[in-house]
Design a protein around this ligand. Sequence first.
Ligand SMILES: Cc1cc2nc3c(=O)[nH]c(=O)nc-3n(C[C@H](O)[C@H](O)[C@H](O)COP(=O)(O)O)c2cc1C
Length: 204
Amino acid sequence: MSLNLQELPPNPMELFNSWYDQAKSNPSILDPNKMCISTINKEGFPELRWVLMKYHDLEKIRFFTNTKSAKASQIELNNKIGVNFIFRYEDYFRQVRITGYADACDTKHADDYFATRSRGSQIGAWASNQSEKIYDRSTLDRQYNYYEDKFKDKTVPRPQDWSGYNIVPNKIEFWQSGKHRLHDRFVYERNQDQTSWVIYRISP
Ligand SMILES: Cc1cc2nc3c(=O)[nH]c(=O)nc-3n(C[C@H](O)[C@H](O)[C@H](O)COP(=O)(O)O)c2cc1C
């Protein structure tokens, strides 16, 4: 099943949505919403880690995290971000590679999503100062117990330093494995009008 320029939609997020929906409906693909995101640290090195995409539409994708974490501090200094998804099927692979800009999402969206998390994960968000040094495991467990007690019989509110980021792509590459390593690769780049996209094929 090769990809053809004539069949590609004008908006890359339409293609992303259809690839993602296919991956989601395939039980052999674990966590199809996992994505590896790259930000640049103070020394200029790229740092990568996996996060979970929790929302996407035709404009953006969103993930949630601690807003004092290493990744969040890096985004604050430089909001250019790299994102990579992999969807692996029985007989072929797909990869989606994105560059774009990350910006804090509305607190309402963070509140709404936080409310859907399990109580344990909500308390965990209070207990962990993500990316900060801690002395030992029991320090973490103590903090968890402290907040479990503090919020006993109460709704757990969203911590101020836990929220989401929207990623708005400016370039997306769709890669699909092909026979003899002759993969299909199509790149979408935003035109200067910021609304339409130029699409071209690149060599594997
Ligand atoms: C599959 C997977 C999904 C993850 N999802 C998230 C996530 O949605 N949000 C998050 O903050 N960390 C998530 N993590 C943990 C991150 O990879 C990372 O360890 C953490 O966010 C701290 O990163 P930082 O120190 O670079 O800020 C996930 C890890 C894995 C392996």
